[in-house]
Design a protein around this ligand. Sequence first.
Ligand SMILES: O=P(O)(O)OC[C@H]1O[C@H](OP(=O)(O)OP(=O)(O)O)[C@H](O)[C@@H]1O
Ligand code: HPA
Length: 190
Amino acid sequence: MSSADQLQQELRRVRREAIELHSSDQVQEAIGKLAFEVTEAYAGKVPVFVTIMNGGMIFAAELVKRLDFPLEMDYLHASRYLGETTGGEVEWLVTPNASLAGRDVLIVDDILDVGSTLLSIIDACKAQGAASVKTCVLVDKQHDRKARPGLKADFTALQAEDLYLFGMGMDYKGFWRNAPGIYGVRESNS
Ligand SMILES: O=P(O)(O)OC[C@H]1O[C@H](OP(=O)(O)OP(=O)(O)O)[C@H](O)[C@@H]1O
Ligand code: HPA
């Protein structure tokens, strides 16, 4: 069997055997509730909504259309997993285009896991002179390995147990970002 066929088999097995932690409907409902919270928090403000690529893009697209206030959109790409299931140093691949000086910045990402990625992005936005920086994630993974004890995003849609997750933008070895719910990889496959 070719290595491409082997990979395809592995990807299909991981998807088939995964544990559904949040169905697509549950994810959509949670994003709807979060959108109200975020809309309330930004009353009277005109923030820059910064999507963290690649993982944040699907959540960001679902969230932004439900936000009822004027905003600008931008993106950045900081990665520390680089297609692997364990993380390394945060690597900056693309920086935001808009000047963040004096702006209210809302950082939007798929997952708060250890939190090193978000902390590094918050520091970079503050270093650019942002007036305020808030973070918004689809899912907060529950474990005691956070980069700082008790680290939380300002806005969180869902929590998930300590498994390697995929779906709704989160990848398994670069794949399955397109899965519509949130799934945990079985230990035997991770
Ligand atoms: O809380 P942490 O442990 O720092 O992990 C969270 C980050 O990891 C993932 O990005 P990744 O590095 O995989 O890049 P990608 O979005 O391009 O897949 C995810 O999209 C978050 O940005
Ligand atoms: O569990 C995860 N899944 C996908 N990407 C991630 N980045 C950090 N943790 C995860």
